[in-house]
Design a protein around this ligand. Structure first.
Ligand code: ADP
Ligand code: MG
Length: 259
């Protein structure tokens, strides 16, 4: 009889898509037999396990969909190397609240200072907070949009990039845009404006955007939309990698063990 009930419970758990509890059923039951929790505590334990399992899976899937180029987290980010960065603002951005109000984030700074690191870390934080995110380099984004346009699929491609609640466009400005590409990018920014958040990292200051986009009018129209509801982070200083190398140099050559 109890075998029958056990089988029925398993079946019900599977039908309700409570797969994690179905897997852990025997362990949960024997744990409960030992600890003798109240009915409510037992239910709490069972449901809590399923909720956190689903949460972990959702985050793992969201991170996969986001296509981050590397694993970088805020915990690994050394704020001491970047005293110019407002740590309080970064912590606030990590809550993902700006995404609910479709605000943008612009990250400026020279190469190697940690812009991409921070963008990935904030992207992960956004996924953990329950938002969809997509990471793309500016070069790949433009190439994809241009290809779609030449193949008559621009509207479809635009919808794809318009969809994520947070779109991270990395390394804008390393290569100047052709005029046509600048226009395609403008359409994407205009589409996302006040609907979804866009985060941009760039090595070019705002005054140079005209040159990047090959057109002052488009650059101004882009900046108008991007800056309207936005947060800016300005990185300064020298490359983190170079700094690490210099530090290593100061410490001398690899130590030999003394016995
Ligand atoms: P950028 O995008 O500004 O060119 P990256 O984010 O690619 O720079 O940083 C270069 C490397 O240095 C990466 O491996 C990154 O993890 C590391 N890095 C940069 N700044 C920091 C920092 N403040 N704390 C920890 N690692 C950092
Ligand atoms: Mg970068």
């Amino acid at each position: 009889m109890s075998d029958l009930v056990h089988a029925r419970v398993l079946n019900s758990l599977q039908r309700l898509r409570l797969g994690h509890v179905a897997e852990r059923l025997d362990a949960l039951l024997s744990e409960a037999a030992k600890g003798e929790p109240t009915y409510l505590d037992f239910l709490d334990r069972v449901l809590g396990e399923e909720v956190s399992s689903k949460q972990r899976r959702r985050i793992a899937m969201g991170i996969q969909i986001a296509h981050f180029p590397a694993v970088k987290t805020l915990d690994e980010f050394d704020f001491k190397f970047q005293p110019s960065i407002d740590q309080k603002l970064v912590r606030e951005l990590a809550t993902g609240r700006y995404i609910a109000s479709a605000e943008n984030v612009l990250v400026f700074g020279p190469p190697g200072v940690g812009k991409t690191h921070l963008a990935i870390a904030l992207g992960r934080a956004a996924v953990e907070a329950g938002h969809s995110a997509l990471f793309v380099s500016a070069t790949a984004l433009i190439a994809t949009l241009a290809k779609a346009e030449s193949e008559g699929r621009f509207a479809e491609q635009l919808r794809f990039y318009a969809k994520p609640k947070l779109l991270i466009v990395d390394e804008l400005g390393y290569l100047p845009f052709e005029r046509r590409s600048a226009h395609l990018f403008f359409q994407l920014v205009a589409r996302r404006y006040e609907r979804a958040s866009t985060m941009i990292t760039t090595n070019q200051s705002i005054t140079q955007w005209g040159a990047v986009f090959g057109d002052d009018v488009i650059a101004a129209a882009l900046l108008d939309r991007l800056l309207h509801h936005s947060h800016t982070l300005v990185f300064q200083g020298e490359s983190y990698r170079l700094k690490q190398k210099k530090k290593a140099g100061l410490l001398g050559s690899p130590k030999t063990k003394r016995s």
